[in-house]
Design a protein around this ligand. Structure first.
Ligand code: CAA
Length: 389
């Protein structure tokens, strides 16, 4: 009999500032309906000068360590598209900030927004091999496109931390998975660039092809039928994408695409992403957090999870909600994490977007802006300096 392994705890963090789409629309003259309805975004999280994927990742994971301790954690897998170093894993900084035991393996994974799902599957494999161990998976990203580009409205920032263990308290991750890889240039970021490059409309097509491809493989692998899922969490680069994806899947499977049925399957999964924006690797797990926090009792129900990383790699799998899960949710904390962000005006946002660290190897302190638990204090001799506030 296969073991029950999955997500035992899930916690997220986001950035210090929030830019409402009304401010972006007022600046660039876009009719606000395009943002609120057309792409389904209300606001986006904007990191302070002293925040990055490490500070957000540590802030997401800290409540998990506070609740469960770190005695059983022997592996930390950090997934990101917005990596800060070509060699050193961002997870090693988090390991240090959280004072995790030295007897830990730490690694960083990359495949655009898909990386956290690879991390989750690797974690499950490790727990299968040693059921006493727990794995800390951290997905942390800052989504950044060029100013005044179509992608600008789909930026955001957040980190999700998940504790993967035997007999999980939240959801069991099932076999099989449906897999899909295709070599496409829909979204990418060469090492010398801070902002992603994207072929926006091509990326939507590539995503929809991956929905089809994963579902085809999932079915061939003997997965559940569409009717067996209570809801679907899609990767949400913008929340309207989840609606497009579900309509596409229903069409592909020969079903009617009734607007209300689609809304029933998707609406509760978008609550966090619609106000945070794209968080790349974290996005589909923010969708899961929103669903678990908002839906009625889901005990025993299966949720379809679709993870997409441009370039592209995708995976569809089932997460089945376990009895008693509601006692382990962080609903109030999640609400506060979003509510505590401070509004930034358009000029302030633009200044944050345009800033970058000097590359001269000198000592450069960052302005103290964040009120979060960890901060990037500066850069010295090409080394990032972090501190606990
Ligand atoms: N009221 C209501 N709706 C309106 C409107 C209005 N006043 N004006 C426009 N709209 C609608 C449009 O009809 C359109 O809807 P449909 O897609 O249903 O037709 C929607 O708003 C968007 O309008 P456009 O297509 O004209 O918008 P755009 O060309 O400016 O760009 C975008 C949209 C391509 C998503 C762009 O924001 C972008 O490039 N984003 C980044 C790439 C991205 O997120 N791709 C998603 C798939 S790739 C992926 O998932 C990986 C990842 O994380 C990046």
């Amino acid at each position: 009999m296969s073991l029950s392994i999955g997500i035992h705890d899930l916690s997220f963090a986001t950035a210090e500032f929030v830019l409402p789409h009304t401010a972006l629309a007022a600046y660039n003259g876009t009719e606000i309906g395009k943002y609120h309805v057309g792409i389904g975004q209300e606001s986006m999280s904007i990191p302070a000068a002293d925040e990055d994927i490490v500070t957000m990742g540590a802030a997401a994971a800290a409540p998990i360590i506070a609740r469960h301790g770190s005695d059983r954690i022997r592996t930390v897998v950090f997934a990101t598209e917005s990596s800060i170093d070509q060699a050193k894993s961002a997870g090693v900084y988090v390991h240090s900030l959280l004072q995790l035991p030295s007897a830990t393996r730490v690694v960083e994974l990359k495949q655009a927004c898909y990386g956290a799902t690879a991390a989750l599957q690797f974690a499950i494999g490790l727990v299968q091999r040693d059921p006493a161990q727990q794995v800390l998976v951290i997905a942390s990203d800052v989504s950044k496109y060029e100013l005044d580009s179509p992608g600008e409205a789909t930026q955001g920032a957040a980190a999700v931390a998940m504790l993967v263990s035997l007999d999980p308290a939240l959801v069991r991750i099932e076999d099989p998975s449906g897999l899909f890889t295709a070599d496409v240039m829909d979204f990418w970021r060469p090492n010398y660039r801070n902002e992603a490059l994207v072929d926006g409309h091509e990326s939507i097509n590539a995503y929809l092809q991956a929905v089809e491809g994963t579902w085809k493989d999932y079915t061939e692998q003997g997965g559940r039928t569409l009717e067996e899922f209570a809801a679907f969490c899609y990767h949400q680069p913008f929340t309207k994408m989840a609606y497009k994806a579900h309509r596409h899947l229903l069409n592909y499977c020969g079903y009617d695409t009734d607007k209300n049925d689609i809304a029933r399957a998707i609406a509760q999964t978008t609550a966090y992403n619609t106000v945070i924006g794209n968080s790349y690797t974290a996005s589909v797990y923010l969708a899961l957090a929103a669903l678990l926090d908002q839906a009625g009792d889901l005990t025993g129900k299966s949720v379809g999870m679709f993870s997409y990383g441009s370039g592209s790699v995708a995976e569809f799998f089932a997460a089945t909600v376990v009895a008693g899960y509601r006692a382990h949710l962080r609903t109030e904390h999640n609400r506060e994490t979003i509510a505590r962000r401070r509004p930034v005006d358009y000029t302030g946002y633009r200044a944050l977007h345009e800033r970058s660290f000097p590359t001269d190897g000198g000592h450069h302190a960052t302005e103290a802006q964040t009120t979060g638990p960890f901060r990037l204090a500066g850069l010295s001799g090409h080394k990032r300096l972090y501190e606990t506030r």
